[in-house]
Design a protein around this ligand. Structure first.
Ligand code: IMP
Length: 197
């Protein structure tokens, strides 16, 4: 059945703007947890899917409407997949400049010379009856030896160089990053699903 209104479990202004721009042309109006003053749902899961579903299912059930949520992070091979679901909390004081220093130091201290890493994103769509759909996106790349700061980006963007490029995510335009990013790819899958309803 076609969805005309969807909730979005986020208080992040950038993400809210992005999802509204993507879904409104499909005739779907988006109301965020911020618009509805719905408090943050605690991310107590150990996987991206668990955390994403915790958020979307809590809100879909509480408010009786379909709800989407996303969870994402950076997974580094030499650190056995860390920081992963803990990417936001890994950064001391939530300062990603400090977080990237910590990451580079921990990689140097590990016995693994691999620089391989990927960003992952899981978007979930939960219905009030408890059913759900999952959309995953992933981008492979490597961790640069040092931060490569650019005009764009947030979080760990300055240390991540996607495969096939010789610049960091922080040096790419928002549009170019979205075409290949974990979130962009998961969003594209969500959009394709919604347009089939
Ligand atoms: P969340 O999905 O909003 O919980 O984000 C988790 C954390 O992963 C963020 O705080 C960022 O540190 C990191 N992260 C997720 N996506 C990106 C990205 O595209 N660039 C840089 N860091 C990211």
């Amino acid at each position: 059945m076609k969805i005309t209104e969807i909730l979005f479990a986020s208080h992040n202004a950038g993400k809210i703007k992005e999802i509204k721009q993507m879904l409104e042309p499909l005739g779907i109006s988006v109301k965020s947890a911020e618009d509805l003053e719905f408090p943050d749902v605690e991310e107590t899961g150990t996987t991206f899917a668990e955390n994403s579903l915790l958020k979307s299912q809590t809100i879909a059930k509480a408010l009786g409407k379909p709800c989407i949520a996303d969870d994402s992070g950076l997974c580094v091979d030499a650190l056995n997949g860390a920081p992963g679901v803990y990417s936001a909390r890994y950064a001391p004081d939530r300062d990603f400049d400090k977080g990237m220093d910590k990451l580079l130091q921990e990689m140097a201290a590990s016995n693994n010379p691999s620089r391989k890493a990927h960003f992952a994103c899981v978007i979930s769509l939960a219905y009030p009856d408890g059913t759900h759909k999952i959309f995953e996106g992933r981008v492979e790349g490597h961790i640069a030896e040092q931060k490569i700061v650019g005009a764009q980006g947030f979080g760990y963007d300055p240390v991540f160089v996607p495969d096939g490029f010789d610049k960091s995510f922080a040096q790419m335009s928002k549009e170019d990053k979205n075409k290949i990013s974990h979130r962009g790819r998961a969003m594209q899958k969500l959009k394709e699903y919604l347009s089939t309803l």
